[in-house]
Design a protein around this ligand. Sequence first.
Ligand code: FAD
Length: 322
Amino acid sequence: MSRKVLVIGEVREGALRNVSFEAIAAAKTMSDGGEIVGVLCGSDDLTNMGKELIYYGADRVVTVQSDQLASYTSEGYSQALMAVIDDESPEGIVMGHTAIGKDVTPKLASKIETGLISDAVNIEETGDNIVFTRPIYSGKAFEKKIITDGLIFATIRPNNIKALDRDEGRSGEVTAREVDIKDLRTVIKDVIRKSTEGVDLSEANVIIAGGRGVKSEDGFKPLEELAEVLGGAVGASRGACDAEYCDYSLQIGQTGKVVTPDLYIACGISGAIQHLAGMSNSKVIVAINKDPEANIFNVADYGIVGDLFDVVPKLTEEIKQI
Ligand code: FAD
């Protein structure tokens, strides 16, 4: 059964987040040959980003440009998105399970009066059903879910569903939709960013994470150097954050970010269940720990028993030679 599916793309600091392209691939499965319509909101000209969505598989794109959308507010974005949803009457909607996705999609689902499957890591079509797989119990089990009635609405976890190949030969319309965004009760006056430069943790393919074993803020330096040669991001356990070795924005785990990189290197992290909840679905896990009994070795594909201050610089040097 073919369906029209709306893909809500996400723009961050003037660039499209990768999960927007992954959402198009998810929409492809959900649409069963139906039309895929991208939606973008922001305050700058979104035409070129709209074209990118088309190169990645959208059939056409609707943009909503307004000064009121310069920073994300759930009221502003939900007004803009509801206007497009009302115009398009889609049979499916998909978005990344990002900070914005987690906030805006429940609001939209309640306005549309439909269900929402959040944080899907896989989507498949079986007969007339679209089956979503999502982790439960902090990633210790998975459940499969379908929406049996009405619009199919889902968010997808970044880095799990492979984006389609980019094809600049694809064409499609990018149209602007004016929306009168009004009665905002929240206005963002200023955004003060934490110093998380470089690769975005939740979309990184490689993460070098440090725990209490790094022992100090300076102890993160060898990890940063390894991350740089691998083109990855630095993350942390809550132990390292609590000890003030790094900012909480780096925390991975049950109460931090959930990540699924291709490669996760855990350095001086014991492997508490709350930490595993945020990283155990990584494709390849390498653990470096002095303690051969550390729990992290139970989830690791490769384990190195040793002092991270010996091992990490050696790894960096070896990788530089490649
Ligand atoms: P430790 O457990 O102290 O481990 C340090 C490790 O470093 C040890 O295994 C040690 O052998 C090793 N080590 C020491 N020196 C070296 C060296 N030189 N070289 C190599 N290895 C070395 N934790 C999270 O991470 N994320 C969360 O989201 C999170 N949420 C939580 C939510 C709740 C409600 C609770 C109660 C806890 C939560 N925690 C979370 C905390 C969690 O239980 C652990 O306390 C924390 O993960 C421990 O961090 P750690 O592994 O860095 O420290």
